[in-house]
Design a protein around this ligand. Structure first.
Ligand code: HEC
Length: 218
């Protein structure tokens, strides 16, 4: 009994301390839910390819992986421009150029959605937290002094319509990067179902065997 109390106390302390950590975090934007729809993933991949890839690599994602989110073989062939199917999708800029431009190499985005706390929401919020300051220079409200420019030009977007269009694009990129951080998630889920079905069948068989054994004992 005493032990149980101690355990509960410990659990309380652990929960409480994670609460403290969570509340000291920057506040992320509401209104975004990760999509697993192929349309969104494909759109996000296209935006990554045309925009983010100028600076960021996806070292764990190969061209052939794009087939899993609805790209046709000929579309992938156009994207890979003669590179092998099993090559990782890397940035068009060299590390040397990046060093010259930013004084650093922009981080790989393959597992960014897992590396940051609330990764998908963080990526979404980060892109939409650029504002123009009084000197007409962009700033980011959740990452002070970020070296990445406002690539969607959100800080100077005019009107609700333009802003909403950017929000949609950003949501798709965030969903794509979430998929990229775990491209086998859906496969694993269906494998899980297979395992459960197997266990159900196995239990049925065991039951039949047991019944035969019991009958003999009687
Ligand atoms: C012109 C180059 C450039 C482009 C284009 C670009 N980025 Fe970046 N990005 C950077 C640099 C540089 C950093 C490192 C920022 C820093 O640490 O100050 C960065 C950092 C990031 C980070 C990590 C922030 C963190 O918490 O460390 C994310 C996420 C990110 N970029 C996402 C994107 C996405 C998504 C796109 C495409 C929509 C994109 N970037 C396009 C240059 C770029």
């Amino acid at each position: 009994m005493k032990n149980k109390k101690g355990l509960l106390l410990l659990l309380g302390v652990v929960l409480y301390s994670t609460q403290i950590c969570a509340s000291s975090n920057v506040s992320l934007l509401d209104g975004y839910e990760v999509s697993v729809e192929q349309d969104n993933l494909k759109k996000g991949a296209t935006i990554y390819y045309n925009l983010c890839r100028l600076c960021h690599s996806l070292k764990y994602i190969k061209y052939q992986h794009l087939l899993d989110i609805g790209f046709s073989e000929s579309e992938v062939n156009t994207l890979r421009q003669g590179k092998l199917m099993n090559k990782a999708i890397v940035s068009t800029s060299t590390p040397e150029n990046a060093m010259k431009m930013f004084g650093m190499v922009p981080p790989d985005l393959s597992i960014m959605a897992k590396a940051r706390k609330q990764g998908p929401e963080y990526i979404y919020s980060l892109m939409l937290s650029y504002v123009e300051n009084s000197e007409g220079v962009y700033e980011n409200q959740i990452f002070n002094g970020i070296k990445m420019p406002d690539v969607f030009s959100y800080s100077i977007a005019q009107g609700e319509q333009e802003k909403q269009a950017i929000q949609k694009d950003v949501a798709d990129v965030a969903s794509f990067l979430t998929w990229a951080s775990d491209p086998h998630a859906t496969e694993r889920k269906s494998m899980g179902l297979g395992v459960i079905a197997y266990l159900v069948v196995l239990s049925g068989l065991m039951y039949l065997v047991m019944r035969r054994v019991w009958r003999r004992l009687e």
